[in-house]
Design a protein around this ligand. Structure first.
Ligand code: ADP
Length: 196
């Protein structure tokens, strides 16, 4: 299996790039944000519980997210790999992911981190809020909260993967195509190495 993590702050372009990456590399897209929003749209108990956190810009509790990822794995047993988007978002989630992948005798090949300056991020989120229908993208207070949660709880995940030399910083500014090319270059190098 070939498993990738697309990492980066809210608005860094993970969703946009994920769509292109799953098409090119034929891996299964696992976006915890999308899964949570689908639960919410279907008004499941999990979705309703999650919405109280999402609306405030807080993280959904680890055990909820990890359980959801676990059952997604069960539904995609024949996947040749996964692209994780918006997950793991805490060190506890990263450890749980290692464990789940370990059971499948596989692991993370690379963590690709999109780097974008904060001013640009806020601009992108506000623009997305105009059309996405996502309430967490329209409220300035919620946007700010998501950044502070990212800095406090999610950025340590980068250190976790740096320690095991799986972390690759990618410039997330420029056109969608330019950023995609940068991502592919890093992934292709990694793939080549794994095949050697
Ligand atoms: P963004 O990256 O733009 O913040 P996402 O769609 O990834 O958007 O996430 C939206 C919200 O869903 C987050 O603010 C958080 O409340 C919740 N969420 C998504 N993924 C996770 C996760 N792995 N752990 C905890 N909460 C999550």
């Amino acid at each position: 299996m070939f498993n990738l993590v697309l990492f980066g702050p809210p608005g860094s372009g993970k969703g946009t790039q994920s769509e292109k990456l799953v098409e090119k590399y034929r891996v299964v897209h696992l976006s915890t944000g999308n899964l949570l929003r689908a639960e919410l749209a279907a008004k499941t108990p999990l979705g309703l519980e999650a919405s109280s956190f999402i609306d405030k810009g807080q993280l959904v509790p680890d055990e909820v997210v990890i359980g959801m990822v676990d059952s997604y794995f069960d539904q995609h047993r024949d996947a040749r790999g996964f692209l994780f988007d918006g997950f793991p978002r805490t060190v506890a989630q990263a450890k749980a992911l290692d464990k789940l992948l370990g059971l499948k005798k596989t692991g993370i090949s690379a963590v690709l981190a999109l780097e974008v300056n904060e001013e640009e991020l806020i601009k992108r989120l506000r623009n997305r809020g105009k059309t996405s229908g996502r309430s967490d993208d329209t409220d300035e207070k919620v946007i700010r909260k998501r950044f502070s949660v990212y800095n406090l709880e999610t950025s340590p995940v980068a250190e976790y993967y740096k320690k095991v030399k799986k972390f690759y910083a990618i410039k997330g500014e420029g056109t969608v195509e330019e950023i995609f090319e940068r991502l592919c270059e890093t992934i292709d190098k990694k793939l080549k190495k794994e095949q050697e």
